[in-house]
Design a protein around this ligand. Structure first.
Ligand code: GLU
Length: 295
């Protein structure tokens, strides 16, 4: 199966198949299709691309505790998931293969600052495009749209949607849009809001019975539910729209345009679908193809 996927990718790229992909072939990705690495790439006027080229590697901000999206295997140290594959696709089309990528796990609250500081070249990790964030950074995309949802214990029938959270302890993450919504829409009393750094910490609290619900994007919660299906369930009534973008330096329009071109091509062709099918598509319902918004 992996060999066939590799062959299709190479042939689709118009290349003769000269080598056979084996398990563990360098550059072969852990969770998705192998990307053909572009050569002689130019992104005129992009400061970020200039830095990447000088450095000889791409530094990408990701999540490390979100199964099927951005997940670091504790044993192998390998990153996998939909966001990671999107990050690799962009890197490959910029001319950098898997061996030229360094991942930095950055929690939701640290994303804007990491981009502003130049600690990372770009960020791919369930990062909702919105106007507030656009004041500090810019976004390519969207490459997917999720929606806020709730994760509860499987035995809990008392929580059926956002309107049933009063009197319940609800956990979400600092610097995220879901914690913002819990507060601005008064979904529960402020004394019942538990705010942590990562969603996996919230899930642990739920498992221990210290809270009643974790709230964030359905795509993230489905990943946790799939890991422990006997313990958790996703309520399944989304109550927001969370279009995911790739975060990058605010003033780097040249790189943003290039990334949008790369995403557009992958969406129009079969690149995006292959990534989706190999990752998120395994646990969720089929997704609509995203429409890139240029600005
Ligand atoms: N998509 C939401 C956000 O960007 C929640 C997921 C996350 O915190 O990464 O805030």
């Amino acid at each position: 199966m992996r060999v066939r996927t590799l062959a299709v990718v190479l042939l689709a790229g118009g290349l003769a198949l000269t080598a056979c992909g084996k398990e563990g072939t360098p550059g072969e990705s852990a969770s998705g299709p192998t990307q053909q690495v572009a050569t002689d790439v130019k992104v005129d006027g992009s400061k970020t691309f200039e830095n990447i080229t000088k450095r000889g590697k791409v530094v990408i901000g990701v999540k490390e505790d979100q199964p099927n999206l951005g997940y670091k295997d504790p044993t192998s140290g390998k990153y996998s998931g939909f966001d990671v594959e999107i990050a690799k696709l962009i890197a490959a089309k910029l001319g950098f293969g898997d061996d030229k990528i360094e991942y930095k796990a950055i929690a939701s609250a640290g994303r804007e600052q990491a981009i502003i500081n130049g600690d990372i070249d770009y960020y791919v990790g369930t990062y909702t495009i919105n106007d507030k964030r656009k004041q500090q950074i810019s976004f390519a995309g969207p490459y997917f749209t999720a929606g806020q949802d709730l994760l509860v214990k499987k035995s809990d029938d008392s929580i059926t949607g956002p309107e049933s959270l009063k009197g319940k302890k609800v956990c979400s993450v600092t610097g995220s849009t879901p914690i913002q919504k819990v507060k601005s829409d008064n979904l529960t009393e402020s004394s019942n809001i538990v705010e942590l750094q990562n969603y996996s910490q919230c899930v642990q609290q739920l498992e221990q019975g210290a809270i009643h619900a974790v709230t964030t994007d359905d795509a993230i919660l489905k990943g946790y539910a799939a890991q422990q299906p006997d313990l958790f369930k996703v309520v399944g009534k989304t109550f927001s729209k969370e279009p995911y973008g790739i975060g990058l330096a605010k003033d780097d329009k040249a790189l943003r345009d290039k990334m949008n071109d790369i995403l557009e091509e992958a969406i129009q062709g079969d690149g995006w679908k292959k990534i989706y099918d190999a990752t998120l598509g395994k646990s969720g319902s089929p997704a609509e193809k995203p429409v890139i918004e240029r600005y």
